[in-house]
Design a protein around this ligand. Sequence first.
Ligand code: HEM
Length: 332
Amino acid sequence: MLPDTTPEGAEATASRGRGRRGADRVALRGDLRAAVPDAAAALVVTAGVFVFLYVRMDSGASATVAVMPFMDDSRTYWMYLLSQAFGWSGLLWAWGTVMLGLLLSGPGVARSPVSRQVLERWHRTTSLTTMALMAAHAIMFAAELVRYETKLGWIDRLWAGFADSFVPGWYDSGTGRTAIPIGQGALYLAVPLGLLFYVRHRIGPNAWRRLHRFVIVVYVLSVWHTLLYGTNVWYDEWPRTVLWLLQLPIAALFLLRLVRPARRAERLGGPDRRAGGPRQSWVGRAAGRVAVVLVGATVVGVIAVVVSGHDGGRARPADPPAAVPHEQEGTP
Ligand code: HEM
């Protein structure tokens, strides 16, 4: 259909555009309000994890202290513990929101006892909460660094905390040189990919749908960051096994979503002339088939990791190392 180029038509199009933009803003405000109970639940979970980590530090069972013995003081390092707690609630909420997203885009939604609308609302609110939790995790880490850098003046302290936490490549110590940029990548991708939904009328629903698929990358980066850097999953003990196990349902649902997507147009099979309707391009189908092989291999890999116990965890040493992993700025 040709666009209506008369002044009345242009005005009607502009007002429709304004109306949609307004609707986007209303949708975001509505979802933010709807996310309040969800965010409150996330705070309760974060508080629970914080208390657990705090008590473990006091009892001498903390893996974090085994990795970094200088941290054996929960009163001093409470902000670090809170950062860890937000990291865990963020990862748990990311897990939940990805599961909901995969349920919605895969075959499961038809058999779900909960309506599609409700699942969609939960998916949107949990994804808003996830972003906030991820940000809180990084902010508390920055706050701890600001507290820690006692040898610097205030401006330099603030800058050191900010740059080490938020500027990719700035943090220059140990595994953090790789793990922190991976976490930053997850955070920086999560925000635009999550919030694009609220501007989908401006960019077009198809562009939104195509971009939103990449949100799985955020999740993969988050898990990778945690496996690489989380001191509570540093050793080959039960927390690391549980973390690996939790990836099985995600990988399985992802595989199902690729093989039997809810949207007919996303099916990987060749053109079905009888069914009619839009079909994947051959590039899309080829990419989809490669993804099926990769995700299938991931399912097998995760099972092999859990069954074999070769999960990349180190053996907890009898005598913990006495090294300070991140020297204070200004230390000669
Ligand atoms: C700016 C981005 C980020 C920064 C600066 C950052 C920083 C850190 C640091 C320093 C640690 C090590 C803490 C420890 O001793 O265990 C860590 C661990 C962790 N991070 Fe991140 N992170 C970022 C993004 C993320 C994201 C997006 C997630 C996903 C939810 C995440 C989840 C976690 C988890 C679950 C741990 C393990 C904590 C533990 O072992 O108790 N991080 N992060």
